[in-house]
Ligand binder design. Sequence first.
Ligand code: MG
Length: 384
Amino acid sequence: MKITRVSATPLNLPVSVSISGRTKTTSLSVCLVDIETDTGLTGTGMTAITEEEVIGSIVNDIVAPHLIGLDPMRHEQLWDKLYWLLTPRGQSGYASHAIAALDLALWDLKGKALGQPCWRLLGGARNQVPVYATFGFAFFDREELAEAAKSWVARGFKRLKMTVGHHGLQRRDEPRPLDELIAEDVQRIRAVREAVGPEVQIYIDANCSLDYFHALQLAQRVEPYGISFFEEPVSHNDIPNLVQLRSKTSIPLAAGQNEGLASRFRDMLVAGAVDVVQPNACISGGFTQSQRIAGMASAFNTRFANGGAWPHHNMHLHGGLANGSLVEYHSVAVQCCKLVFDGLPEPEAGVLTLPEAPGLGFTPNRERIAELALRPLSRGAGKA
Ligand SMILES: [Mg+2]
């Protein structure tokens, strides 16, 4: 089997969330990558939480000519080639997103060629994975947030994640000080805890939007509400800050969804910076690099879970590997996937059952993708 064509389709996908009869609209950018072969089989990968048109250009203009004619089954050879092509001095950034999408396309192709789902090729540890629902977005006010939390629990989800920090450091040119924002976050978390009762697990995610001081303030003030982990509490996952924060709060810390280099995870693990490492298959170099990171987590007896959404890709990693665990059922990202793919599994009672169909087990809807590709691109505005 030989690669005959490599192409990317950047998309800015419209999504809407309704609560209390009101509808909030937003968008998310993703980039799909297709790898076609001389056998007629095509693999499709994906990345997100980045500038979709940059990834489109990397794949179409830089990568494609380097992969034509190569054997797509040799994922280690191709991953290494992509690493040295796009990341020769360890600069990561957009490159790891592009490599992730290409690597997922190769694994989808491998599964189709071998007649096996990716999760089984990755090791087949289990055919079901527990999920947590990411439901609590900044565009909800406090009452809407509490109501949304209750509705997810009523749908069978016992694990819920909400955002905090609301891009705090990005808004320092606004007059609202960060301590006001933290005070409101404390009230929002309290409202959710009171709405769902003591049995539901609540996770919080600051998306790298706080400095150390405010992350510590928030952690200490919400400890009484029973937080199961605090994800990306500080800007750029600063390792010394994480180590210090972890020593001052009983809330477990999680990070890693946007890291491109495996060595960043090694550094977090060696420093004891986090309780949970979260490589994302769609961002952290695909299944190939994420399984190396999961191996390091195992050696350090540190939890490994999914952050950064895209459950339908990450479920294969967490189903495949023995130390796989929670998968993030991010409600906005799931809506995006439903626009683009057919045959996605639905969680039942907070559990996703992995597909038996070969490869990733779901299918791009080409007609709908062609329509969505006509929409204007996000120009940096379509990030989760
Ligand atoms: Mg996150």
